[in-house]
Design a protein around this ligand. Structure first.
Ligand SMILES: N[C@@H](CCC(=O)N[C@@H](CS)C(=O)NCC(=O)O)C(=O)O
Length: 200
């Protein structure tokens, strides 16, 4: 099994965490996003990571890789979710919030946007709803961690790192608690090792 990955990509992080959690060993191929290996493009022409090749089967969406891993093995019950609620969180994160995250992270690509307005939209569409859930329960879907926490955590991490001081001042204490728990977790740290770039 081969996983094409990029260390800092939040989609690749969620896939690596799910594979690690499920105890699935893969051949890790770290890519250079500006010089993608032909062997990856031949299997997945759309050219995004993560890509998991399982024999002839190619999984080229991070959520599909997570689901596949958890179906294989789910020792702590990460897959026990209400599918509709789970999918709503993922849609909100991978849709609107990801757009705002890019706008917030790369302000020079969006010179017409006001940073404070972007931040306030991000609070409205994602961070405040998360804060609401996480102040009522330890995890996004309740008292048990699920794959949705794992899937969303890398994006909140990225958001927090754009301007850590500004993030610290945001009125979202439950998210900070949740984020710190994931940052300190064995699972996350086990998938952040550096790999040399793969050459075909
Ligand atoms: N919907 C895809 C999105 C993956 C994605 O956009 N990955 C980014 C890196 S974070 C990528 O590979 N971008 C291609 C590029 O930058 O050329 C998934 O969930 O796997």
């Amino acid at each position: 099994m081969i996983l094409y990955s990029y260390r800092r990509c939040p989609y690749a992080m969620r896939a690596r965490m799910a594979l690690k959690y499920a105890g699935i060993d893969v051949e890790h191929r770290e890519i250079d996003l500006r010089n993608k290996p032909q062997s990856m493009l031949a299997r997945s022409p759309k050219g995004t990571v993560p890509v998991l090749c399982i024999g002839d089967v190619v999984l080229e969406q991070s959520v599909d890789i997570m689901r596949w891993a958890i179906e294989h093995s789910d020792p702590a019950g990460l897959g026990n979710v209400d599918e509709v609620i789970a999918q709503n969180w993922i849609n909100q994160n991978d849709g609107l919030f990801k757009i705002l995250l890019d706008q917030y992270k790369y302000p020079n690509r969006y010179p017409n946007l006001d940073q404070e307005a972007v931040l306030s939209e991000a609070l409205k569409v994602m961070l405040l709803p998360m804060q609401q859930s996480l102040q009522n329960a330890q995890y996004l879907l309740g008292s048990k961690m699920t794959w949705v926490d794992v899937a969303i955590f890398p994006f909140i991490r990225q958001f927090s790192m754009v301007d850590p001081k500004r993030f610290e001042r945001l009125p979202i204490p439950a998210i900070k608690r949740w984020l710190n728990q994931h940052l300190a977790s064995e699972l996350f740290n086990a998938v952040m090792h550096k790999h040399p770039v793969w050459m075909d």
